[in-house]
Ligand binder design. Structure first.
Ligand code: FMN
Length: 352
């Protein structure tokens, strides 16, 4: 199919997916084809126009919890049906470099899920490609050093450009399907992340007393998840943990509260075990031995997790007004320490 136009719908937290979309856009421009790159967070309340016939439509976003973040999932779901249009799906993931080896991230269910939806909407899928760029998941690990970041970018950019050339010249590129075994094995975790994990990560952010209320985090949050409660930034459940706020804060006043999360999980597990033990001493529940199994404990833990987290985060937010408590939370956040750093994708050259 000869494409009349290419439209790439983009979501990006720290810039990896943005670079990727622009590398592809660059190749489109070199071919003399009309290119449009649209940030989906800017149009998320608007009606999505039906793509004209013979358009190649791309979806480009980071991987979150072995799937697309909710904003991209919802966007793909409400994308209009199309006739005579092709589509490609590109996800940036957590690439690492150890010595001379470049290690890939994991896409999980993302490509299979989005392909199914897009095929149902009438698209022909011509490209499925994971793109391994530096991990920005700063809740779990410190930011990669600049040399590592630059090397990963240098290693990955030509692959993305080649992918673009392939699909623009009419070839199919399904590189994502090479990972089918590890993606299938990890898929149950994707479901766990969607229903439990993402809420925990969203509630790991706090603003410290270094915050000067400039409001940049609130204004630039792609999903409007940050609000001000009692003069302090507060992360709501809309948060996608995209890391934009934390990495753009000029005062470096946003921390991921590791200490709070550990204490919260410890207290919840302890309370739950104690509560169950007590419950089973009371008459009508005495014979319910199955409640004592590990599986049941896990189910009850999962059900109580979110309401307890809402409560705990609210209490912590209130307590942060006391200097001694605020310092405790800040100094038990690994992100407070210099070695942890922050991650923002470097700006790369392109012609669009
Ligand atoms: C909350 C969160 C979840 C993530 N989950 C995954 C994952 O499941 N698999 C993976 O390979 N990378 C994962 N990552 C890493 C990002 O997908 C990766 O760094 C991506 O390139 C960031 O793109 P961006 O800079 O456009 O936001 C995750 C990052 C965050 C912040």
């Amino acid at each position: 199919m000869k494409f009349k136009k290419v439209i790439i719908y983009l979501f990006s937290g720290t810039g990896n997916a943005k670079n990727t979309a622009f590398w592809i856009g660059d190749e489109v421009k070199r071919k003399g084809i009309d290119i449009e790159i649209v940030s989906i967070d800017k149009i998320h309340n608007q009606e999505i126009p039906k793509p004209p016939d013979y358009t190649l439509v791309g979806f480009c976003s980071p991987t979150h919890g072995f799937h697309f973040p909710e904003i991209m999932r919802k966007f793909i779901c409400r994308f209009p049906k199309a006739d005579n249009c092709n589509a490609f799906v590109v996800n940036t993931r957590a690439g690492l470099r150890i010595g001379k080896m470049f290690l890939p991230g994991l896409s999980g269910v993302l490509h299979y899920w989005s392909s199914l939806i897009l095929i149902k909407k009438g698209f022909k899928i011509v490209g499925l490609r994971p793109v391994d760029l530096p991990s920005n998941w700063l809740l779990l690990h410190p930011a990669l050093r600049k040399t590592g970041v630059d090397l990963i970018f240098k290693h990955t950019e030509p692959k993305v450009r080649q992918f673009a050339k392939n699909i623009l010249s009419g070839k199919k590129d399904y590189r994502a399907l090479y990972d089918i075994i590890q993606d299938t094995l990890i898929s149950p975790v994707a479901i766990g992340y969607m229903y439990v994990g993402r809420y925990l990560f969203a509630k790991s952010f706090i603003s410290s007393s270094d915050c000067d209320n400039c409001g940049i985090c609130k204004k630039t949050c792609p999903v409007n998840a940050i609000k001000q409660v009692n003069g302090r930034m507060f992360w709501t459940y809309k948060c996608e943990s995209c890391m934009k706020c934390m990495n753009n804060c000029p005062q470096k006043a946003i921390e991921t509260a590791h200490g709070f999360i550990l204490v919260f999980i410890f207290l919840l597990v302890t309370l739950l075990r104690y509560g169950l033990k007590q419950l089973l001493t009371i008459e009508p529940f005495k014979d319910l031995y199955w409640l004592r199994t590990g599986v049941m404990e896990f189910v009850i833990f999962s059900v109580l997790f979110i309401p307890f987290l809402i409560l705990a985060y609210r209490i912590m937010h209130w307590l942060l007004r006391f200097k001694i408590f605020e310092r405790f939370i800040v100094y038990t956040s690994l992100s407070k320490y210099k070695f942890w750093g922050r991650y923002k994708a470097p700006k790369t050259k392109n012609e669009i």
